[in-house]
Design a protein around this ligand. Structure first.
Ligand code: EPU
Length: 334
């Protein structure tokens, strides 16, 4: 069903009060294919959203916003090591994680409580506590917008990177994810390299899928705002990667600066950089920086996308001035 002049207030976790000219939610791949061939789709700007947990709306949207209502978790196949689950793009991500944990399937427990829906998970390669969704994505089923034909991407074709994939790069806006096939381990291998996670698991008891899930939920609840109470999009910025030389020089001035080795340099915690610039807990009218995690920008109620964007720009300039490091937003501006 197509809804005209539809509010997006409940459809973006930042809680920005904007609307879209048209809103269309489909329940099957065929519904989507039919829609894509319609005059409405061919003459309007299209934007596909998931849980709206990684978007910042700067103004009303003059086009069609699409949302997947494709549900279902089905077992596609199984071998001695893995179970392959085919999951509808419209499933809530954390409900899928819960399903896996309850069924003893390993691979996504560290990604507990990440907001959003399954279809968006491979697009930005969601990650937390040492795990990225790319580690368990087997295939991504899509429909090409221009031709309404189906195309399946195997994991290698998705070009996954840190919060990145082919769907954010050269195929941006060209395909709609309809299902994701995940390859989950029957004999889980636990990833508890993160000190904070290991400590929390130890407090809860034996290492298991459910203690990891519980520990991640506790840590996230302690650090990140609940989108139902305070508008936010989780981490607003990505952690920047700088070269070895610059990292070394900074370490001499700031010996406690947290660093991680990355593929092409040294990854620095954007939250730490922002905190050093004095922004943690900053408040400006309706928007601000979360007091427990400087990487998270918040809308305390009634804030606009432009106010959040203006604050983001000020933060970027001050980090650039103090550290000569450019931090990029993880959130997509619409
Ligand atoms: N830090 C500070 N001040 C802050 C925030 C962080 O000094 O205000 C320092 C911490 O002390 C720590 C380091 O920065 O040493 C890393 O902090 P944290 O473990 O909280 O992780 P992060 O790098 O800030 C990333 C992801 C999160 C994910 C966590 C845990 C990105 C952009 N963010 O945050 O993902 O939950 O790691 O793995 O990579 C999200 O994308 O929305 C998100 C929440």
């Amino acid at each position: 069903m197509i809804i005209e002049n539809c509010s997006l207030l409940g459809r973006n976790t930042f809680g920005i009060d904007v609307s879209t000219r048209y809103f269309f939610e489909y329940k099957t791949e065929e519904d989507l294919q039919t829609f894509l061939q319609s005059p409405l789709a061919r003459t309007n700007k299209l934007l596909h959203i998931g849980g709206g947990s990684n978007l910042l709306f700067l103004s009303d949207f003059d086009g069609v916003i699409l949302h997947s209502g494709i549900k279902g978790i089905e077992k596609k196949k199984e071998d001695d090591k893995f179970v392959y689950l085919r999951v509808g793009a419209g499933e809530v991500w954390d409900e899928f994680v819960q399903y896996c944990v309850e069924n003893g399937l390993g691979g996504v427990e560290n990604l507990s409580l990440i907001p959003g829906e399954v279809g968006a998970s491979p697009v930005q390669n969601i990650g937390a506590y040492g795990v990225e969704v790319k580690d368990v994505v087997f295939e991504v089923e899509t429909i090409e917008i221009a031709t309404s034909t189906k195309r399946t991407f195997v994991a290698a074709e998705c070009c996954f990177g840190y919060r990145d994939s082919v769907f954010k790069q050269h195929l941006k806006g060209q395909y709609v994810v309809t299902h994701v096939v995940f390859r989950l381990k029957k004999e889980p291998i636990f990833t508890v390299d993160y000190q904070s996670l290991r400590n929390e698991v130890e407090r809860l008891g034996d290492l298991s899928l459910s203690t990891i899930r519980e520990a991640v939920i506790r840590i996230r609840k302690g650090k990140l705002p609940d989108p139902k109470e305070i508008g936010s999009a989780g981490s607003f910025f990505m952690n920047p990667v700088i070269d070895e030389q610059q990292a070394c020089a900074l370490k001499q001035i700031y010996p406690t600066m947290p660093t991680h080795t990355a593929k092409n340099g040294v990854k620095i915690s954007a939250g730490w950089l922002i905190e050093q610039c004095g922004w943690k807990g900053y408040s400006d009218g309706n928007v601000g920086v979360y007091e427990k995690q400087a990487l998270v920008l918040v809308n305390k109620g009634g804030g606009t996308g432009r106010e959040v964007a203006a604050l983001a720009r000020k933060i970027q300039s001050s980090v650039s001035e103090k550290f000569h490091i450019e931090i990029k937003s993880e959130v997509v501006f619409v």
